[in-house]
Design a protein around this ligand. Sequence first.
Ligand code: DX5
Ligand code: ZN
Length: 237
Amino acid sequence: MTHPSLRIAPSILSADFARLAEEVARVEAAGADLLHIDVMDGHFVPNLTVGPPIVEALRKVTRLPLDVHLMMTNPDAFIPEFAAAGADYLTVHVEACPHLHRTVQSIKERGVKAGVTLNPATPLNTVEEILADADLLLVMSVNPGFGGQHFIPSVLDKIARARQLIDRTGSTALLEVDGGVKVANAAVIIQAGADILVSGSAIFSSSDYGKTIHALRGSAQTPKKTAGGKTDGPRKR
Ligand code: DX5
Ligand code: ZN
């Protein structure tokens, strides 16, 4: 199995916040493709993290595209600030956006790429009508709010169906997977169709960020053993 343009997006949620610029420089040097920034509002999810000032500060210290994941109840109110702060992608939860089309347009009007995301229990068909307008579809593989959780295995099938939906509709959206992504499960996630792997604790708790990022990326070349011990062929795209 190969994936010519697999991207790795370290999530800074598991980084040392007291040394954030240093941590970002380390993952950039280690070959990261995007920097995933988790924004939590203490309302949509039971945790609080960072806001536009941190995005603005990080914009000054890295050339990596800033992939900002908005886990918040009212993202519309903050889109102008996050766009001005230098976000490259702004991803909103469908569960938090009653007027998702308007929200996506508001992101794109500001020259920012628009992502839409689904919690594990939210059906894939809730993004069917917006996919043509979206630049990114994020499938959550944990219930959002915390780093270091376990990948929910049943989400694999949803990733595969998301891949089919994107390909069938001719959407140009990238398919991103976030939550519990490790070296051990990266191959099956890539095989299911992911274009971008978000990984927080697996990278930042490792002693060598470069080695971990390389191993995650290398999973795209690892033939997957099936339960019966046979090796699967390349994934058809
Ligand atoms: C979960 C966040 C994720 C998280 C990933 O709410 O959206 O981005 O930081 O962390 P790991 O890779 O540790 O599951
Ligand atoms: Zn995230």
